[in-house]
Design a binder for this molecule. Structure first.
Ligand SMILES: Nc1ncnc2c1ncn2[C@@H]1O[C@H](COP(=O)(O)OP(=O)(O)OP(=O)(O)O)[C@@H](O)[C@H]1O
Length: 254
């Protein structure tokens, strides 16, 4: 099966420091890959290269068979490559439902101009409701977005990403900064999206145990390099990974 996302020799250096170094990544369609690694391994920098926030010093990014290395972020989003924190257009005083409805509408308006009709508006609202259901946020549909708890905001972001119909979701530490009580709900949402098997997910996570049971494959970054790539079982068995994570090299800051 042709990969949906591929990187070739992807490298970026800041001055003398190579933050991402020759990374070769392959993500098949409808696949769930987690990128793990200790602090400073290069995970966020790699995401910046995938979403177009950064240009590589060397190497290429391919999405759906197209070389997107020099494509700006908004065009990558239109192609179907969506990143969670790119959702900067959450309107705090609008309700959760209206925010998702606007995200659905922004996708639709790229394709059609149907919205003068009430039936089209109704359809947008129905889709927005369905997405809120998917992310377990339907009970907050009428709350202003600014009143959501942190974890609920992450769910809203995921709903808006889904509304944009991203074929590949880049989720940057979706559980970072949220309370322990909210973590299971976020993981449940991600698992439900994974179980639909209709899109790919690439997720950054600092703590390997958080994503082991969710992932089809894991990529381990260490000092900017790809240390290991394989199924969760292969990664768990890898001595290299064990020593990187358990041999005192792993910075367990959360
Ligand atoms: N714009 C930049 N200029 C200079 N150095 C940078 C820049 N962005 C990242 N770095 C450096 O690149 C390295 C990788 O950082 P990155 O944030 O990608 O790591 P990470 O794996 O996401 O870590 P964390 O888990 O702490 O978020 C770090 O040493 C960081 O200081």
């Amino acid at each position: 099966m042709k990969p949906i996302l591929e990187t070739r020799d992807l490298t970026v250096a800041f001055g003398g420091h190579t933050a991402v170094n020759g990374v070769e990544l392959t993500v098949p369609p409808c696949h769930f890959k987690s990128i793990i690694g200790p602090n400073g391994a290069g995970k966020t920098t790699l995401f910046n290269l995938l979403s177009g926030q950064l240009k590589p010093t060397r190497g290429e990014v391919w999405f759906k068979g197209e070389n997107i290395t020099n494509m700006p972020p908004h065009l990558r989003t239109r192609r179907g490559l969506g990143r969670s924190f790119q959702i900067t257009n959450v309107f705090p005083n609008l309700t959760v439902l209206e925010n998702v409805r606007l995200a659905v509408q922004s996708r639709e308006s790229i394709r059609f101009h149907l919205f003068r009709h009430f039936s089209a508006y109704r359809r947008l609202l129905d889709e927005a409701y369905a997405l809120l259901d998917t992310v377990l946020l339907a009970d907050k549909a009428d709350s202003p977005a600014c009143l959501l708890a942190h974890g609920e905001k992450r769910k809203l972001e995921i709903a808006m990403l889904l509304a944009l119909d991203a074929e590949l979701l880049l989720l940057d530490e979706p559980t970072a900064g949220i309370s322990i009580e909210e973590v299971p709900a976020i993981l449940e949402v991600i698992q439900a999206i994974r179980d639909r098997r209709d899109r790919s997910i690439v997720l950054i996570e600092h703590k390997m145990e958080m994503v082991l049971h969710l992932s089809d494959s894991l990529t381990v970054l260490f000092n900017g390099r790809l240390l290991a790539d394989g199924t969760p079982e292969e990664i768990m068995r890898s001595e290299q990974v064990q020593s990187a994570y358990l041999g005192g090299l792993y910075d367990d800051a959360s």
